[in-house]
Design a binder for this molecule. Sequence first.
Ligand SMILES: Cc1ncc(COP(=O)(O)O)c(C=O)c1O
Length: 367
Amino acid sequence: MIPLFLPFMSKEAIANATNVLKTSWIGEGPKVKEFEKALSPRLGTDNVLTVNNATAAIHLALRLANVRGGEVITTPMTCTATNEPIINEGADIVWADIDPANGSIDPDDIERKITKKTRAIMVVHWGGNPVDLKKINRIAKTHRVKVIEDAAQALGACYNDKPIGSHSDYVIISLQAIKIINTVDGGILTTKTRRDWHRAKTLRWYGIDRDRRIVKETYWDYPIKEAGYKFHMNDVTASIGLGQLPHLTQLLQQRQQQAAVYLKALEQSKSLKPVSVYPGAVNSWWMFTVLCGNKDNRLKLWKKLKEAGIDSGEAHIRNDIYPLFRKYNRGPLPGVRKFNDEKLCIPIGYWVDKEAVKKIADILASF
Ligand SMILES: Cc1ncc(COP(=O)(O)O)c(C=O)c1O
């Protein structure tokens, strides 16, 4: 069976981790700083912080956006990791609809749902496909609210010639096991301002700025002003990241080539379509999503792929159906319903060899 997802682990990453494990410093230290420095050009900003996972980065972004007691406009079409932190950070969820052509939050619906209580807009780049960032950031500016990009799936994606990581107030990226590159578990937060970067750096370690410790005779003193978390990355996982990062360009290129084959095949299909990509956006193709028209057709395609030894799946289902989120449901979300009913993700990545790509493409073309 060709799996839908498979972790990538380079030889360098394994060697790096082994070396760090043999040293006396395995917690947060020089490797974390080195990894953040190496990430910076890939993200188009110096305001980079690594953390232990992207969910933690979402918590930090929500804290920085001061959402407690207010509302966050968000999409239900995502991993629950996008939305659970909103509740945990003390804000109310307001669902916005999505564009059924690609699963991205609909800027017009965001604008309709903005109130005096709105503190932030949470957007998700479904499968690594950037949302309409220009329009959304314009709306946010007009209404003086923050934009948080859940770019968990979008490392390597671009928008208007700049990498995802540099466009909004806060951007979070996941380095969890099955992402294009991983640090086993890990996450990244980027911030627009240096002030926010500094606050987040402090919050990620109990409200302590470890670079500003005051050494007393028998203890270290820190001016702790705000209750933080234990969200930092460690040197073992950072060293894995340092061994993975040099492979990112090639891994992304391979996905672009595979996506091109699938896109060509879909032109011939009578009932399947790819997701649309906004002008100026470059999809990272962490997931390749096929729009099947309806649930029945999706099940047929899933079965056909399964018979051919190919795994596929929905990846995430709309969050608003979970009991946890039901109290936030206020009106119909027709775009969410359509996309949720017809999406199917097919394998894309280094483990899908040329022969398998062709096999998948042939099934898509003849469907
Ligand atoms: C859209 C989205 N947001 C957030 C997360 C959470 O990432 P992590 O597992 O690094 O906490 C994921 C995980 O895959 C995700 O897909």
